[in-house]
Design a protein around this ligand. Structure first.
Ligand code: DX5
Ligand code: ZN
Length: 221
């Protein structure tokens, strides 16, 4: 099993306590900041634009886990100043030239990740798995925080993990995004996921942030 990693969903963060939150993540060795970019066309919401990404980069050295929920991402990658160490995920549903876009992410020095909505079959990315470092399995329909897990996505994670392992791609990571509670994280981990997008279900909820991080680490270690 690939080592578990936490990727806090910054769209869920309290904007008025952002400095405190990010310094807490730095102290606790959180490896990524999950940045949900939404264009109001691919998903019915607008969220976290290019200037926000630029300011996050200026403020912390924690690598970005950029989740591009935008149409035609291939023409817009440079907008986000992607750099080595970043993950950049594009949705298979948003481009007719997926392999070209993934190769371009790699050429920009970042790590390519392909994302799938709950109803999009694994077959949509089967021919591009050699071009990615990770696959993002949406466990809710993208666009909003606070949604409930789409239950059949757990089996999808298992099938993807088997597909990757059976084709010699056992180092390709699986990221899960949406309603990652401690209970769901345990099931997702067993199914084969190792990067966990943590939003209102896990981190950004009442209680101490460090307690939530500790509870997650204790669960998945
Ligand atoms: C969904 C977002 C996620 C996530 C938020 O489009 O991309 O960041 O759902 O976390 P939860 O689901 O825990 O509120
Ligand atoms: Zn996301």
């Amino acid at each position: 099993m690939l080592p578990p990693k936490l990727s806090p969903s910054m769209m869920c963060a309290d904007l008025f306590r952002l400095e405190e939150t990010i310094r807490c993540f730095e102290r606790n060795g959180v490896p990524y900041l999950h940045i949900d970019v939404m264009d109001g066309s691919f998903v019915p919401n607008l969220m976290l634009g290019t200037e926000t990404v630029r300011q996050f980069r200026q403020f912390t050295a924690i690598p970005m886990d950029l989740h591009l929920m935008i149409e035609d991402p291939g023409d817009k990658l440079e907008w986000f100043g992607v750099k080595s160490g970043d993950y950049v995920s594009v949705h298979a549903e948003t481009t007719r030239h997926l392999q070209r876009v993934l190769a371009k992410i790699r050429s920009l020095g970042a790590r390519p990740m392909v994302a799938l909505n709950p109803a999009t079959p694994l077959g949509a990315v089967e021919e591009a798995l050699a071009d990615v470092d990770a696959v993002l399995v949406m466990t809710v329909n993208p666009g909003y925080a606070g949604q409930k897990l789409v239950p059949q996505t757990l089996d999808k994670i298992s099938r993807l993990r088997k597909l990757l392992d059976d084709t010699g791609l056992d180092q390709v990571e699986i990221e899960v995004d949406g309603n990652v509670t401690l209970e769901n994280a345990a099931k997702m981990r067993l199914a084969g996921a190792n990067i966990f997008v943590a939003g209102t279900s896990l981190l950004f909820r009442p209680g101490g942030m460090e307690d939530h991080i500790r509870a997650f680490n204790d669960l998945v270690k």
